[in-house]
Design a protein. Structure first.
Length: 337
């Protein structure tokens, strides 16, 4: 059952982020809407801005311009209702796995789901009552491998029973079996509780077939947004002798002199002498990334609209303005040091 009142998990309008010590924007003019209850693949190459977008949604950094609402309010206002797992996974190294989960329970008393957390950390109980050996409860965090620390971080996220999960490259250091287990747990969470899940990755194959919403990032912008099947249906691969494709939106084309191959968004019927095929998701994404000038495309439910209330918009704007001032002051102090 959806727990988000307006049916929206994230809404960005003109969202941008820049740092004074870097040239240009990390994010620029990002506008999109993520409906609640979706499993969203946030994909793009390294350096596209995926981590920055998730950090903005988690309230770890503030936008330089534009607005971002999370579960209908500011990131700070929604903090108790979402869980964020970053790539760094900062866990207390001196604590054991069991003590870390107890700490999570203490910090989230009103929402903590012990069974969900232990299921991710320790695995499922066997017929004899023991666990299937995922993690040793007495092991200290500092002794764990990267994949094991990821499992603890995800256990804390699941235990919080959030309405929204923000996961930055969650499968990067998991083995294939653990990846499959994680994806199964995420699908179960979404199906049972209506949880919205955003997972970033630069490997399309990891998330294809699992996610029902897509955000493609390239060059600090959202290039594509919406249901993957709808996005694929809007595109066609055409092959034939070189000729004019005026009237259709050409995402990418390759001309060998004898043959033209293009990914297009057809605007009307194509002539019969074109050979046509449906693109794969990977072909669609790579074509947009190779051609930064290709027009962006959002399905109807992914396009950002004017749906925020006046108070929500004002709160988000104030957060952005405050963040810019604080960031400027911080950078000036760092420059003096």
């Amino acid at each position: 059952m959806n727990r988000v009142g307006d049916g929206t998990a994230l809404t960005a309008a003109g969202l941008g982020k820049r740092y004074r010590r870097r040239r240009g924007h990390v994010l620029r003019d990002c506008s999109f809407r993520l409906p609640a209850g979706r499993i969203c693949a946030l994909v793009g190459p390294n350096g596209a801005g995926k981590s920055t977008l998730l950090q903005l949604a988690a309230g770890l950094i503030r936008p330089t311009e534009g607005t971002l609402t999370v579960l209908g309010t500011s990131p700070a206002g929604a903090r108790e209702r979402f869980a964020y797992v970053g790539q760094g996974k900062p866990l207390p190294p001196q604590l054991t796995v069991a003590a870390t989960l107890r700490l999570g329970a203490e910090l989230n008393r009103a929402r903590w789901d012990r069974s969900a957390a232990e299921r991710i950390a320790y695995g499922h109980p066997t017929a004899q009552g023991a666990r299937d050996g995922a993690l040793d409860p007495t092991a200290r965090i500092r002794s764990l491998s990267g994949g094991q620390r990821t499992r603890v971080a995800l256990a804390l996220a699941f235990g919080k029973r959030p309405e929204l999960m923000l996961l930055d490259e969650p499968m990067a250091d998991l083995d294939p079996l653990a990846r499959r287990e994680l994806l199964g747990a995420l699908l179960g969470e979404a199906a049972e509780h209506g949880t919205t899940i955003v997972m970033s990755s630069h490997v399309v194959a990891e998330l294809e077939g699992v996610c029902d919403h897509l955000l493609l990032m390239g060059g600090g912008r959202i290039r594509l947004g919406g249901d993957p099947e709808e996005l694929l249906a809007a595109h066609t691969l055409v092959t034939g002798p070189p000729r004019d494709l005026t009237g259709h939106t050409v995402v990418e084309s390759r001309d060998t002199g004898r043959q033209l191959t293009a990914l297009i968004r057809p605007d009307g019927p194509l002539s019969d002498d074109w050979q046509t095929a449906a693109p794969s998701l990977e072909e669609l994404l790579l074509a947009h990334l190779r051609n930064p000038k290709a027009p962006d495309l959002f399905t109807e439910d992914a396009a950002a609209g004017e749906e925020k209330s006046g108070s929500e918009a004002a709160e988000a704007e104030a957060a952005g303005e405050t963040g810019e001032a604080e960031e400027g002051q911080e950078n000036e102090e760092n420059a003096r040091a």
